[in-house]
Design a protein around this ligand. Structure first.
Ligand code: SF4
Length: 122
């Protein structure tokens, strides 16, 4: 899918992801942890290895951008989405919602500031 034409609705994004036949549908436990095991009961080494493999699947996923757009809006509490953990997604959302610093206006430049001259250009 052309990345500049992602749907705006959550349902549309979900449909794009599902139509892409992503690898996470084949092995959900790779992305969520072992069935019947609470997240805190998964040994840390096993979790890290599982997430590393899942990130590789996401890195090659043809619908990762749509998945990321969906994930940033839905903020899932568990699992790995578009290659990111919920904690990483929270950081991305917080950074995106932070107001940008105002642009420095040329009116605020000191009067003594000389414009940059490029050799050979009048
Ligand atoms: S990017 Fe990862 S989590 Fe998202 S659809 Fe693709 S394989 Fe699934």
């Amino acid at each position: 899918m052309c990345t500049s034409k992602l749907p705006l609705s959550l349902a549309g994004l979900r449909d794009v992801v599902l139509a892409g036949d992503p690898g996470c549908l084949c092995d959900p436990e790779l992305f969520t942890g072992p069935a019947g095991t609470e997240p805190e009961d998964e040994p840390p080494g096993d979790r890290a290895a599982r997430i590393a493999v899942a990130r590789e699947v996401c890195a090659a996923c043809p619908v990762r951008l749509a998945c990321l757009a969906y994930t940033l809006r839905t903020r899932p509490a568990a699992g790995l989405w578009a290659g990111f953990t919920p904690e990483e997604i929270a950081v991305l959302v917080a950074a995106a919602n932070r107001p940008a610093r105002p642009r420095r206006s040329t009116a605020l430049r000191p009067a003594s500031a000389e414009p940059v001259r490029i050799a050979g250009v009048a």
